[in-house]
Design a protein around this ligand. Structure first.
Ligand code: GDP
Length: 296
């Protein structure tokens, strides 16, 4: 898994390594050095806030440890970044209800299919709920996946109230003793307030009806959108408390750096990353390994 991540996220790591290695040309740890460092962090999709925080901590570390060489600075930088991403995992506890939220096009449906396949392979009884009732195509797409993977799905006619789909799905999951109910949700962003209210309502229904089930809400973000992923994580986390994030399309993008501010500023674990379109292309993520990979 680690090797797969290193191979596939090569564009992120190559770009980052090039930028950081350029700093080795500096003879002195002067203002220019720190300015270029901060600029490079921001260009690597590490947010302005997190980049500033990193540089400040680095300057403190240099003083405290009396660091003199650029090589040692780079090492200290890696340590600081590892500490920043070291946040506790929040694993899913079964039986579980999982609302999968995210903007349209990020890879939500594909990710739901990948998760369903993964849980099924682990011997879990999986059920899907097609609660994105605004797009008929989304319901069809999920139905196709459900029959291909061989799991139950609860749907309704297009335009139905998503809350009633989720309500029915929870009771069906409970009646059939499903281990996990994965709910697809709408992701139109052109009316943000409505979308957030709707997701909030779905979350309240899950909380009210869950019985012995545990709620595990997951946001799907697209790595190729860079800083937008951080913004989306903030917005969605205000509407539904997120247990984790899945970042898709980390294959072939130089924008994976946004993982660092997501972890540092929101303290929400990245559970998996998508490294392709196939079911096996969902891999468990380890933030510390990711930072180490950045430096190879
Ligand atoms: P949704 O609108 O959020 O439900 O998005 P879809 O699941 O329909 O995915 C949108 C597109 O992204 C599809 O063409 C997927 O095959 C593709 N996709 C999803 N995840 C990944 C990934 O991890 N890597 C790559 N390269 N493509 C992905």
């Amino acid at each position: 898994v680690f090797k797969k991540m290193r191979d596939r996220v090569s564009s992120t790591t190559k770009k980052f390594t090039e930028k950081i290695n350029h700093l080795l040309y500096y003879k002195e740890l002067d203002e220019d050095f720190f300015e270029e460092l901060e600029e490079n962090l921001i260009l690597s999709d590490i947010s302005v806030n997190t980049a500033e925080m990193i540089v400040e901590e680095l300057q403190d570390g240099i003083k405290a440890k009396k660091i003199k060489t650029t090589e040692s600075v780079i090492e200290e930088l890696q340590n600081i970044m590892i500490q920043m991403v070291d946040i506790p995992e929040a694993p899913i506890h079964f039986p579980a209800i999982s609302l999968i939220v995210g903007v349209n096009g990020v890879g939500k449906t594909t990710t739901i299919a990948k998760l369903a396949q993964k849980y099924k392979d682990e011997g879990k009884k999986v059920m899907l709920a097609a609660a994105d009732t605004f797009r008929a195509a989304a319901v069809e797409q999920l139905e196709t996946w459900a029959s291909r993977i061989g799991v139950d799905i609860v749907t309704s006619r297009p335009g139905a109230d998503p809350a009633s789909v989720v309500f029915d799905a929870i009771h069906s999951a409970q009646a059939k003793n499903a281990d996990v109910l994965i709910c697809d949700t709408a992701g139109r962003l052109h009316n943000k307030v409505n979308l957030m209210n709707e997701l909030n309502k779905l979350n309240r229904i899950c909380e009210r009806e869950k019985g012995e089930y545990n709620i595990h809400n997951v946001l799907v973000v697209d790595a190729t959108t860079g800083q937008n992923a951080l913004m989306q994580a903030k917005t969605f986390n205000d509407a539904v408390p997120l247990s984790g994030i899945i970042m898709t399309k980390l294959d072939g993008t130089a924008k994976g750096g946004v993982i660092i501010p997501i972890l540092n500023e929101l303290k929400i674990p990245i559970e998996y990353v998508g490294l392709g379109e196939k079911a096996e292309d969902l891999v468990t993520f380890n933030a510390k390994d990711f930072v180490e990979v950045l430096y190879q």
